[in-house]
Design a protein around this ligand. Structure first.
Ligand SMILES: Cc1cc2nc3c(=O)[nH]c(=O)nc-3n(C[C@H](O)[C@H](O)[C@H](O)COP(=O)(O)OP(=O)(O)OC[C@H]3O[C@@H](n4cnc5c(N)ncnc54)[C@H](O)[C@@H]3O)c2cc1C
Length: 414
């Protein structure tokens, strides 16, 4: 009987342990925290967006960091397999907006419990509060691991599923990178994704908490448009967050990593209207409020808190009477309503990112089996690898697919 060691009890590690045990291996799962699945517990705001109901090509399109690397493992264990697994463990699922799949109970705890329950059914040994420090090799092959306390665990195969480096309080402290490098693997430098952005403009503080729906955000680098997203966003005391911001943060962080780039976010507050139509709309409001000051003439057009920053950005005085606004000033206002620009100073730290970009290079991992191309018997799965996705259940699906492949092939391979 093969003895398989899995390091890290997140979604990738638990799925790997389950698959290896289902194939008849003796499996030990080592987890450094007190309980398995700490990060999973906070996914989807505690509801756990398990996967996405779209077809596999669409899922892969949403895995911006090396999605194509998952072609094989995801076809072998796809979103339907994930849904079947949880339904089979007594966790019914439902599909919400954007094809996001959640447990009907809306409880991430049920998802974690189902995985732990399955491991118990299969006789997986789960050892918690055991932090692995090094991978041990013998004659070029994996031989086991050494823990922080110096204990040695021997195994026929080791599957490293220690996650990325974001939300370190959940146990994902980036331990896998040094482990992998010590046995010859290359790691791609890590940076945050799905992370709020920090702006140079201080006025965001005055509008913190304000959510905007149906805006178009454009990310501009050195004056050139690099990405555009339509949807919802929110102002915070340091900058901006919300769905479209988090999605654009991956690309923003890539450019921000190089100091020479100038990164801006342009907000089109009225994307449904052409410039001419918006101008006509502003003119109507000006007629309606012709006896008022400019600051009081925009109440139908903008949330109250946003009037001052928009007027400041357009270099217009809020106390100027509407009937004195020149044509040129009105056009400047219209332009600003469709191009309210914020300079991006940086991202919030990696610790606050939903996912980590970078990690163990996928070039050195077999995409079908997840086995290291350098050290036979060593496998990597989940966020420890250089794979990351947008929000929508894609990150967990990636972890499950990679974990299932590693679990299966660690037993099937010679
Ligand atoms: C706030 C938040 C919300 C999210 N929501 C969603 C969502 O709804 N849907 C979605 O698809 N994705 C979501 N994600 C992303 C998703 O949680 C991760 O991509 C996923 O958990 C990665 O799985 P993993 O198994 O690779 O690693 P992790 O879940 O990070 O698990 C790694 C495990 O390894 C353990 N470990 C680390 N180092 C060691 C060591 N040296 N020795 C032993 N054990 C170790 C850790 O304690 C941890 O338990 C969210 C992330 C965050 C932070």
């Amino acid at each position: 009987m093969k003895h398989i060691l899995v390091v890290g009890a997140g979604p990738a590690g638990m799925m790997a342990a389950i698959k290896a045990a289902e194939n008849g291996a003796e499996v030990t799962l080592l987890e450094k925290m007190k309980k398995p699945g700490r990060k999973m517990m906070i996914t989807g705001k505690g509801r756990c967006n398990i996967t996405n109901a779209a077809d596999v090509p669409e899922i892969i399109r949403n895995i911006h960091g090396n999605g194509r690397f998952l072609n094989s493992s995801m076809r072998a264990f796809d979103n339907q397999d994930v849904i079947c697994f949880f339904e089979g463990q007594g966790v019914p699922t439902k599909v919400e907006r954007g094809n996001r799949v959640f447990p009907v109970s809306d409880k991430a705890q049920d998802v974690v419990d189902a995985m732990v329950q399955r491991m118990h059914e299969l006789g997986v040994t789960i050892e918690t509060e055991v932090a692995v420090k090094d991978l041990l090799t013998q004659e070029g092959r994996i031989a086991g691991v050494r823990t922080q306390s110096g204990a040695i665990y021997k195994a026929d195969a080791v599957i490293v599923c220690v996650g990325g480096a974001s939300y370190p309080g959940t146990g994902s402290t980036g331990d896998g990178y040094a482990m992998a490098e010590a046995v010859g693997h290359t790691t791609v430098p890590v940076r945050p994704s799905l992370v709020p952005l920090v702006t140079e403009e201080e006025w965001v503080k005055d509008v913190q908490g304000l959510s905007l729906r149906n805006v178009r955000g454009t990310l501009r680098v050195d004056g050139e448009k690099v990405q555009e997203m339509f949807g919802e966003m929110m102002f915070t005391h340091y900058g901006v967050t919300g769905p479209i911001i988090l999605s654009m943060s991956r690309m923003a962080s890539e450019y921000l990593a190089d100091d020479s780039h100038f990164v801006e976010l342009s907000l089109n507050l009225k994307p449904a209207l052409s410039q001419e139509k918006l101008d006509a709309r502003v003119q109507r409001d000006f007629e309606k409020y012709q006896r008022k000051q400019l600051g009081n003439a925009l109440v139908d057009l903008l949330p109250h808190k946003l009037i001052a920053p928009v007027l400041d950005s357009a270099f217009l005085a809020a106390d100027k009477p509407v009937h004195q606004i020149t044509l040129e000033e009105r056009h400047r206002l219209v332009e600003t309503l469709q191009d309210l620009t914020l300079v991006i100073a940086g991202t919030r730290p990696l610790a606050e990112a939903i996912v980590t970009v970078g990690g163990v290079s996928v070039k050195e991992i077999n995409p079908k089996t997840m086995e290291s191309k350098l050290v036979p018997g060593l496998y990597f799965a989940g966020e420890v690898t250089d794979v990351d996705a947008y929000t929508g259940g894609y990150n967990l699906q990636a972890a499950f697919s990679m974990g299932a492949a590693a679990g299966n092939w660690s037993v099937w391979n010679d």
